[in-house]
Each structure stands twice: as C-alpha cells, then as structure tokens.
Design a protein around this ligand. Structure first.
Ligand code: AMP
Ligand code: ZN
Length: 114
C-alpha cells in the first residue's frame, strides 16, 4: 500500500533498525521503545489489523508467532518471559494501520495494560 508507513519501512523507503526478515515478515525496533527490548513484527503483505485476519491469510500470522518465539530464544528473553501486543482500531489505540505485533521484553510487565 503506497501510503502506509510500515509498507514504506518494509520497502526500505524509510530507514529502520532491522531485527529479522524473511519472505513473509519483517521485524524492526520500535522508534519509541516502551521496554528495554521493544520491536515490531509485521507481515510484508499489507493488512490493516487483527480484524483483517481471515482463514486465507492466517498462516502468515501463525508464521509471525513462530518467528517471535524463535527470536525470543535467540535474543535471550524467551525464558524470562515477555509480552506480545497488537492494538486494533481506535479504541485499541492503534496508530499505524498495518498489522503489527509489539514484542516487549527486559522488564516485568504490569497488568492490566493502560
Ligand atoms: P500502534 O500504536 O500499536 O499502532 O504501534 C505503532 C508503533 O509504531 C508505535 O509503538 C510507534 O512508536 C512505532 N513507530 C512509528 N513510526 C516508526 C518508525 N518510523 N520506526 C519504528 N517504529 C515506529
Ligand atoms: Zn502497509
């Protein structure tokens, strides 16, 4: 999608600090980190949010979770624990309308979230 910030990041038109990339997804550090480790994992195919996930594109989402689990192990926070968050729409405080999963680690999280 030509006017989408994360599509531009995936295409390399806007710089980002890459964590991981494969054919289906791209992971990069959040510009405004909310934890010692905070990166985003996005599908390369544009889709708006979790609300746009269907049986047809769900395999990409499953793949993203497998990537998150692997990165958690490789980056050393898998055992301590971490949080994966996806904000959806206005009430969910989603600010970038391209599906993304926040991966937050390196501190104890609080509950309920704000
Ligand atoms: P959300 O508010 O859930 O839609 O998350 C969007 C996230 O994208 C926020 O945590 C922002 O800090 C992050 N963000 C916005 N612009 C950039 C950028 N250019 N590079 C990296 N992260 C960004
Ligand atoms: Zn996009």
């Amino acid at each position: 999608m030509s006017d989408c910030l994360f599509c531009k990041i995936i295409a390399g038109e806007i710089p980002s600090k890459k964590v991981y990339e494969d054919d289906l997804c791209y992971a990069f550090y959040d510009i405004n980190p909310q934890a010692p480790t905070h990166f985003l994992v996005v599908p390369k195919e544009h889709m708006q949010s979790v609300s746009a996930v269907t049986d047809g594109n769900a395999p990409v989402v499953g793949h993203i979770f497998a990537v998150i689990a692997r990165l958690a192990g490789e980056l050393g926070f898998g055992e301590a624990g971490y949080r994966v968050v996806s904000n959806i729409g206005e009430a969910g405080q989603q600010t970038v309308p391209h599906l993304h999963f926040h991966v937050l680690a390196g501190r104890d999280m609080t509950w309920p979230p704000g």
